[in-house]
Write a protein that binds this ligand. Structure first.
Ligand code: NAP
Length: 276
């Protein structure tokens, strides 16, 4: 799939992270792709496409000026206030240029609603600090010209040896309990699918709010138990965490801004891919 618009210069903020690095590997062969890392690592220090960037100390504007991206993909973590300021600077840059932004948001933008799964046009509302912060950045970006913005709301992302699975493996080997949430109904996705979805959104100049969760829902405890069945031969200790008496949804389902069939995913496919 050689691109028709390989003129793009893409900056991935957080390209050393789990999802950011998967996106870098997906897009790198096709576009001029730049990335940021915070924690010093040889592989990034010697790579001229990478910039060291600490959101609490550095001005993102300098990186934007240095690589002049046509697309910015924001996959950062870090201090929430510093992230808000950085995204304010990004919005100023976007208003001055034709640059597009793709922001990785979260199902937590809806964590105050527990009774139903959420769709793209539902009003966001959160009771958590993390969810609040994601909503604040989303709202800031949604005030920009709409064709320049894509908000991707993600549920829990899994992949072979992803941080969540590594954590589960180390809990098992340390004889510590793995937490499961029997009342939590959620959807899930796969890192490989998210990167393909982003590639498609870039190629087709798609914009708006996307819900990138599996098309079906799973109970957290059942899904994690399925993973436990193949990640370790040793039996895992379980800690059942009940946050409410009733079932609680934390799911981002697509309805209005759907991607083509081959870019949709089910929880069963996520499990199958994890076992490959
Ligand atoms: N993983 C999921 O299941 C999931 C679900 C929903 C939404 N998301 C969203 O997706 C995005 C990426 O998540 P992830 O799981 O890939 O996170 P991650 O693996 O922790 O990566 C975070 C990235 O941010 C960088 N970073 C952290 N603190 C920083 C700071 N103070 N200054 C500058 N850079 C900093 C890290 O750099 P170093 O590693 O070099 O320090 C890394 O590149 C996040 O915005 C997250 O909210 C993730």
């Amino acid at each position: 799939m050689k691109e028709s618009n390989s003129k793009h210069r893409i900056l991935i903020l957080g390209a050393s992270g789990y999802i950011g690095h998967s996106i870098y590997k997906e897009l790198g062969p096709y576009f001029r792709t730049f990335g940021t890392y915070r924690t010093p690592r040889k592989e990034f220090e010697t790579n001229k496409q990478f910039f060291q960037y600490n959101i609490e100390e550095d001005d993102v504007y300098e990186i934007l000026e240095a690589c002049k991206p046509t697309i910015i993909i924001s996959t950062l973590r870090g201090d929430f206030n510093a992230q808000i300021i950085a995204h304010q600077h990004i919005t100023e840059y976007i208003l001055d240029t034709a640059t597009r932004v793709i922001f990785l948001s979260s199902a937590n933008a809806f964590d105050a609603y527990s009774k139903y799964p959420s769709y793209e046009l539902d009003k966001t509302l959160s009771h958590s600090v993390y969810g609040h912060f994601k909503i604040k950045i989303e709202n800031m970006l949604l005030r920009l010209p709409k064709k320049q913005v894509a908000i991707l709301r993600l549920p829990m992302v899994f992949g072979v040896n992803c941080p969540r699975i590594q954590e589960i493996k180390s809990l098992i080997s340390d004889n510590e309990a793995v937490e499961i949430f029997p009342n939590l109904i959620m959807n899930v996705t796969l890192d490989k699918k998210v990167t393909q979805q982003i590639h498609y959104i870039i190629n087709r100049n798609k914009y708006g709010v996307f819900h990138l969760g599996s098309t079906d829902l799973v109970h957290h405890d059942e899904f994690i138990k399925e993973i436990l069945a193949f990640v370790s031969e040793k039996k895992a200790l379980l800690k059942h965490v009940f946050t409410t008496n009733d079932d609680r949804y934390l799911a981002v389902l697509p309805k209005y801004n759907k991607l083509p069939k081959h870019l949709q995913i089910t929880s069963q496919t996520v499990l199958e891919e994890l076992q490959k």
